[in-house]
Design a protein around this ligand. Structure first.
Ligand SMILES: [Zn+2]
Length: 73
């Protein structure tokens, strides 16, 4: 089939590193209110989506990214 559409942007570009310190990158995968965007929106593969959510949660813990709600603070 059309192979390039099945691959996510992280699979296509090895220079993109999913890291909690890479806030600018992580911000592209959260919504305006700070929720992690679903895979059908981001087109990221399952492996990288898991990694993304782990790193986003880590970034939230050290306050690099906002929580969904202030309730949890
Ligand atoms: Zn991937």
């Amino acid at each position: 089939m059309i192979k390039k559409y099945t691959k996510c942007r992280f699979c296509n570009d090895n220079s993109l590193e999913i890291n909690y310190k890479n806030v600018d990158l992580l911000k592209q995968f959260i919504s305006d209110i700070g929720k992690i965007l679903p895979r059908k929106v981001t087109k990221v593969c399952l492996k990288h989506q898991r990694k993304l959510s782990t790193e986003i949660k880590r970034a939230r813990e050290i306050a690099l990214l906002p929580f969904v709600s202030d309730f949890y603070k």
